[in-house]
Design a binder for this molecule. Structure first.
Ligand SMILES: [Zn+2]
Length: 242
């Protein structure tokens, strides 16, 4: 019980951090600035006190408003914390060690960051992809949670080369890119964690989810967040891979 509460608290804290990081200007601040800038109210610009940044609780107690100026706090913060809380509940159901669960929650946090960043800004962070790749490799090296570490390296290479080849063929015919460089690195990191045998499944489900997102927004002919689709597909498939 205490272990599960610790995992939940850890996950929603990461969610709180994700929310503030995603809402800082993605293009003008570098990763170091995003990580070190203290939390403040978007309206009165006052630095927030400790009781205003307790994940989930502060938003509910303060009624979703700033304690000083009473302006509305962006609801997205609350929903990201909630999503991380729900993902930690998914992780708690897995029959793996505590340390593997902690690593999985951190990987899920980076995945959620990429999913939302691609959805909002149509871009993916190579730092976050690299973090997923290193954490996945570390987890498979120590615990072999998803597969053998040599398979992880092989899977990352296959994932990268497969998307690169698909886009190369597409570009030859359509004379334009079907996806960005960030997609190759992100897919390589997911493949590294999950293993090469899951690549066709994640690719098919990820494409279907991306098309579904495009249909909802009515912009199938425009750019679509492929990274978002791939990330969601991986999270859906994880319970079947452990
Ligand atoms: Zn304020």
């Amino acid at each position: 019980m205490i272990i599960n509460f610790t995992l939940f608290a850890f996950a929603i804290s990461l969610g709180s951090f994700l929310g503030t990081t995603l809402n800082r200007d993605c293009k003008t601040l570098d990763l170091r600035q995003k990580l070190t800038k203290p939390s403040s109210c978007d309206q009165c610009l006052r630095h927030l006190s400790w009781f205003e940044i307790i994940p989930l609780i502060s938003f509910i107690v303060l009624g979703g408003k700033c304690y000083t100026c009473r302006s509305k706090i962006i609801r997205e913060y609350f929903f990201i914390e909630l999503l991380m809380g729900l993902l930690s509940l998914e992780v708690m159901l897995f029959s793996v060690s505590f340390y593997e669960k902690v690593l999985l929650i951190i990987i899920f946090a980076f995945l959620l960051f990429q999913i939302l960043l691609d959805y909002k800004e149509m871009m993916l962070s190579s730092h976050a992809s690299l973090a997923i790749l290193v954490l996945g490799l570390l987890m498979n090296l120590i615990f072999q949670t998803f597969n053998h570490p040599i398979e992880s390296v092989l899977s990352a290479s296959i994932g990268f080369l497969l998307l690169y080849s698909i886009n190369y063929i597409y570009r030859s015919f359509a004379h334009k890119s079907g996806m960005g460089d960030g997609d190759y690195i992100f897919f390589a990191s997911i493949s590294c964690v999950a293993g090469y045998f899951t690549i066709p499944l994640i690719l098919c489900l990820g494409s279907a989810i991306t098309i579904f997102i495009g249909m909802i927004h009515g912009n199938l002919s425009k750019e679509m967040p492929f990274g978002t689709g791939l990330g969601i597909a991986f999270i859906i498939l994880v319970p079947f891979l452990i």
